[in-house]
Design a protein around this ligand. Structure first.
Ligand SMILES: Nc1ncnc2c1ncn2[C@@H]1O[C@H](COP(=O)(O)OP(=O)(O)OP(=O)(O)O)[C@@H](O)[C@H]1O
Length: 294
């Protein structure tokens, strides 16, 4: 498989001098064409900074990013980003169709072609009938589907997704995850998705890159050995899924500050590890839940 994205020696520091903050440190990885790679890491570790560097939105302090072999120096034309906050990324004064056509203005000369591409992408996300509505007439999940259609309509070489499903309720989140898997299976796309949610990273990914706490570096690059066809019940219940999410939780937990309380004396080494991993998962879910609630 050919390499779509290559990140080499990437580092980014905000500010200078003694107040400088190193957000990302010496990151290197590749994403192959048609691969879906997930990045998971603790809150504030530098995930969004990494995505902004890849998207050409900020210039890294060191290292470089290449997309299909071309060095990224500004925002590439064939790269699309889906952000968590759909309500701020859609234009409320444009219809759903208008929003999806918007980025095509500079890419596709023919108006008829723009319309056809927008209608096609809306079909992929199940919103063909909502083309004439306005974003504020749609639910949060539907608005995020519009954002995804808008990104896909540009036929990006790379789709970056920054916590794309973190602002919707659990059922909508599961539906959007399945939508992403289906769109990708049917139409092929290369995706790099950042999430806080360990389970989501395993459910969606072909690979999971685990980041350390700030400054972000890669502590593991794990292949997800699950069938391409996944479903919310049986995939999440499979032993491969459970083992991998536990391993990731343990990797993340091992890089947290030492707990204030010692583990119960009666617990064996491995069961206290698992308890710690479970507690970490529960804390992550609680944090994600609070983010959704606010
Ligand atoms: N513009 C900025 N100026 C200074 N520091 C920044 C800036 N943006 C981010 N940071 C700092 O860099 C670190 C990494 O931030 P970043 O948003 O990349 O992390 P994150 O992993 O995406 O966070 P979260 O999981 O909470 O979304 C944080 O400590 C943050 O405070």
């Amino acid at each position: 498989m050919s390499t779509m994205l290559e990140v080499r020696g990437l580092a980014h520091r905000y500010g200078a001098g003694p107040d400088a903050h190193v957000a990302v440190e010496d990151l290197a990885f590749t994403v192959a064409k048609d691969e879906l790679a997930c990045i998971v890491g603790p809150s504030g570790c530098g995930k969004s900074t990494l995505l902004r560097c890849i998207a050409g939105l900020i210039k890294p302090s060191a290292g470089e990013v290449s997309l299909h072999g071309d060095r990224v120096v500004g925002v590439p034309d064939d790269l699309a980003v889906v952000f968590q906050d759909y309500s701020r990324s859609l234009f409320p004064w444009l219809s759903v169709r208008g929003n999806v056509e918007f980025p095509l203005r500079t890419r596709v000369g023919s108006r008829a072609e723009r319309r056809a591409r927008a209608q096609e992408a809306l079909g992929w996300v199940g919103l063909s009938d909502a083309a004439n509505k306005y974003p504020w007439q749609l639910s949060g999940g539907m608005q995020q589907r519009v954002s995804i259609a808008r990104a896909l309509a540009t036929r990006p070489a790379l789709l970056l997704m920054d916590e794309p499903f973190a602002s919707v309720d659990a059922q909508t989140r599961a539906d959007l995850e399945d939508l992403l898997l289906r769109v990708r299976r049917d139409h092929g796309s290369t995706v790099l998705l950042v999430t806080h949610d360990i389970d989501e990273s395993v459910y969606l990914g072909d690979r999971v890159l685990v980041l350390s706490k700030s400054p972000a570096s890669i502590v593991a690059d794990l292949k997800v050995d699950l069938p391409a066809d996944r479903d919310q019940i049986s995939t999440r219940g499979s032993s491969t899924f459970v083992e991998l999410r536990t391993e990731i939780a343990r990797l993340l937990h091992d890089r947290q500050p030492a707990p204030a309380e010692p583990a119960p004396a009666a617990a064996s080494a491995s069961s206290s590890d698992e308890l710690a991993a479970e507690r970490f998962l529960a804390a992550e879910r609680e944090e994600a839940h609070q983010k959704t609630a606010t």
